[in-house]
Design a protein around this ligand. Sequence first.
Ligand SMILES: N[C@@H](CCC(=O)N[C@@H](CS)C(=O)NCC(=O)O)C(=O)O
Length: 251
Amino acid sequence: MLTLYSFGPGANSLKPLLTLYEKGLDFTSRFLNPATFEHHSDWFKQINPNGQVPVLDDDGKIITESTVICEYLEDEFPGEPSLRPADSYGRAQMRVWTKWVDEYFCWCVSTIGWHRMVGGMVRNLGDEEFEKMVERIPLKEQQVKWRRAREGFAKEILDEEMRKIAYSVKKLEARLALSPWLAGDQYTLADICNFAIANGMENGFADLVNEADTPHLVAWIRRINARPACRQMFAKQPSEWADRRRASATR
Ligand SMILES: N[C@@H](CCC(=O)N[C@@H](CS)C(=O)NCC(=O)O)C(=O)O
């Protein structure tokens, strides 16, 4: 039996969620509530000592790291649709794009997301309550990030992350002007993993991602949203996710 622990269909959690829907697999979905720091609770840290989602439990085998989970699902369930090219060169192209999203694209978008949303979640906590919350975070670097989000990130950091986002958007647009999908003619994990970060940028980063400046990127985002698996995934999201998506769409 498969169980996926996630925050719902956004960011790193979206990657394995969409892969599961694309593969049409039966699984139990366990949504954790980030607003109550459920991912830092003892029961969840026994599953993932890093206190982060997503996590896949396959009959007691625990797999962490969003992109690794996607590859695991493709390895275990290689049937249709295949989400990885059959040839080595195609796979290499796919992995260049999944590596890039994990090491570069995800981080700049994430910092701006933390600045806009996560900071607000903890700014109204008193110092003592905040410190208690931080103590439960297992990764030191995540503790630093929560503190920075509460204090407000320095302007130089935000400017640099915005520069990286603008670069990322141009890079995706240039690639998608050449082929329908990131690794070529086939829809693969490269598309799923980058879509996890790019979806919603038409709202959150409208000056960078829009029909006039990035027509191919916008068409790709819409093409993935129109896939039956993607529609099904969003239809199954918990109601608090729907509220959050509506709120970010109006930001
Ligand atoms: N490298 C990990 C990163 C996981 C990650 O950053 N998860 C975020 C949600 S997108 C999380 O759990 N954040 C909560 C926290 O760190 O406190 C992966 O790709 O799975």
